[in-house]
Design a protein around this ligand. Sequence first.
Ligand SMILES: Cc1cc2nc3c(=O)[nH]c(=O)nc-3n(C[C@H](O)[C@H](O)[C@H](O)COP(=O)(O)OP(=O)(O)OC[C@H]3O[C@@H](n4cnc5c(N)ncnc54)[C@H](O)[C@@H]3O)c2cc1C
Length: 413
Amino acid sequence: MEEFDIGIVGAGPGGYTAALHAANKGKSVVLFEKDEIGGVCLNKGCIPTKSILHSSEVYAQTINCTELGICTGEVKLDYSKVQERKTQVIEKLRKGIELALKNAKVKLIKEEAKIENENEISTKSEKYNCKKIICATGSSPRIIKGLEFDGEFILSSDDILNLQTLPKSILIVGSGAIGLEWARIMSNFGVQTTIIEMAQHLLPIADIEVSKRVERIFKTKKIPFYLNTSIKKIENKEVTLSNEEVLHPEKILVATGRIPNIIDNKVDGVKYIGDVTGQIQLAHFAIKEAIEETDLIPFRKDLTPSVIYGTPEIAWAGKREQDLEAGTFEKTTTLISALGKSLCDNETEGFIKLLTQDKKIIGVHIVSKEASSLLQQVLIAMQNDITIDKLKEVCFAHPTYSEGIFESLFKIN
Ligand SMILES: Cc1cc2nc3c(=O)[nH]c(=O)nc-3n(C[C@H](O)[C@H](O)[C@H](O)COP(=O)(O)OP(=O)(O)OC[C@H]3O[C@@H](n4cnc5c(N)ncnc54)[C@H](O)[C@@H]3O)c2cc1C
């Protein structure tokens, strides 16, 4: 039986990061992957959706660019090229990871693996002895009764990535990150898009004011949505909602969450990281959990950032207003439309909201172009307990969206 310091099942962001970091620390590592290197993030998640989203945004901007003084001829969409580019992006990144694993001398076994006990992993043909085992097997789309995926009419987030042509209309079930990003993609491409959400607000995991702003943005973009609504039945492609309204979408995307891929049962002594833990199902969470394990660098799980991509971006970290007791915190909101850069860019939608306690930021909620990068600046301050007064000493460049953070600081008493 071959012996290794570390055996890792699953080569998504959690698994490959753990493999690379452990190997770079001189450990012998064996990594098992039954599908493609890169996991959901690279092959079916973050990267392909953001590649298609980018195409959709350029398309929508090009159609609407006369306001900026640019006149185009007829703008044509070739969705097969959008798909082709997405595949090229994935392949380029995958080659990079494969090369890094090879250079780090990680032994890669492209087979389904089973964790037999805390020191043994098996494939169909071999057994491997490992001093330590990390399970990073990820997650899969949740199947809802009555909304089982058929790959044709009722689609999962995996199925929708491989559509070769765009539908005329789509019903998106669920308004989390995946649902909202696909709603943006589809509507940018001119697909008639409708969202249904069981909760009281769109993006129910966000700060309440972010949810409300998202609703306003979707209304302005003429993307209809139903709140407190579910699907009652589907018959012959006719969808009856819980409010008895009947819709006839060409496709349905079900984006109602993901379930951990627990292989067999949880094994004591094995370290589980990333989506399989069923905690925070984000790539950077999986990556940080891997690094916590291999490099012993701890991280604040309660400060894991969330980002919804598209125009404008939506990003947050830390406490939400609805989680805090009235009178125990301060709140400041700066409108993005007040910033010179936003007017120059014609991207005035959104706000920067800071929640503070004792002159320290405990929550940040941003709806803005570049929100994903803006968030990171505030997060560094939060992680390091930097006070508002200390942050005021920082020089923020002009004109930028980050000036919105600077302005917010002076509104806090
Ligand atoms: C549409 C979509 C968009 C997303 N967008 C974002 C985003 O913008 N930002 C973000 O942070 N996150 C995003 N996510 C979530 C992100 O993809 C996951 O959080 C991340 O991939 C989790 O990484 P992981 O390593 O835990 O697992 P995974 O990436 O799921 O990888 C697990 C790997 O394990 C393999 N595996 C499973 N069982 C076995 C076995 N028995 N033997 C061998 N191999 C096995 C699987 O084949 C898979 O490759 C998105 C997800 C989806 C679906």
